[in-house]
Ligand binder design. Structure first.
Ligand code: PGA
Ligand code: MG
Length: 223
């Protein structure tokens, strides 16, 4: 599988990062004098990066504060989250085995996440996952981010993609739409953070567990 390039979304796809995003969000909400929110709500708020997560959390607990206070809360959220990236977050079951299989098969892998680089890079490092990826790009790496095709194309460029097959694996609308916009097949995971069933997003393929990924990709590349 030398000519294969696989892009992975991070939050809700490779890593169940919601517990620590939940902790950081509630830290900020407490500072803002708001009620705490539960983790089930937070799972559906993840997908457009940390700023949007905080915006959604504030909106759900009384509305947006002034721009000045919001910026202060963003800074506090960022500082707190930076120190608690993997307190409770874990790779989904089967992720490490699957990445090892791809690596052995000579597949080039990259991470294409809307998470800011300030968090995406250390999170992958601290989890011991960095070694699998040729490139990591975040929501702030380019002028555009998922669902814009530019995010996928920019990541593939960093992976030195010139010919072959590229695939996007993700959990949310922004991943599946970005793949569609970039003209590459998508594989949706059903265990991520999207509120609606992933089949409604019309991905090219669907998996319920990471163990299904390697056999599926082998089949796709053979057909
Ligand atoms: O952190 C987010 O909001 C989104 O991150 P993801 O693109 O890796 O799902
Ligand atoms: Mg995601």
């Amino acid at each position: 599988m030398q000519d294969l390039y696989v892009l992975f979304d991070l939050d809700g796809t490779l890593v169940d990062s919601a517990p620590d995003l939940h902790g950081a969000l509630n830290h900020s909400l407490t500072r803002a004098g708001r009620d705490l929110i539960d983790i089930a709500q937070v799972r559906h708020m993840v997908g457009q990066g940390a700023r949007v997560l905080l915006e959604r959390g504030l909106t759900a607990t009384g509305g947006m504060p002034s721009a000045e206070i919001f910026e202060e809360l963003v800074e506090e959220f960022f500082d707190y989250y930076e120190d608690h990236l993997i307190d409770h977050s874990v790779p989904y079951e089967g992720v490490v085995t699957s990445l090892e299989l791809f690596k052995k098969a000579g597949v080039t892998m990259g991470v294409c996440t809307n998470k800011p680089m300030r968090f995406a890079v250390p999170l992958l490092q601290q989890m011991g996952l960095s070694k699998f990826f040729t490139a990591t790009t975040g929501g702030d790496s380019f002028e555009v981010r998922k669902p814009d095709a530019g995010h996928i194309n920019g990541t593939l460029e960093e992976m030195n993609f010139t010919k072959g097959t590229a695939l996007m694996v993700g959990d949310s609308d922004s991943d599946i739409s970005a793949a569609r916009n970039a003209g590459i097949p998508s594989i949706a995971v059903t265990f991520g953070y999207t509120e609606i069933p992933v089949s409604d997003l019309n991905p090219t393929h669907i998996i319920d567990h990471f163990d299904e990924l390697y056999p599926l990709v082998t089949k796709i590349t053979r057909s």
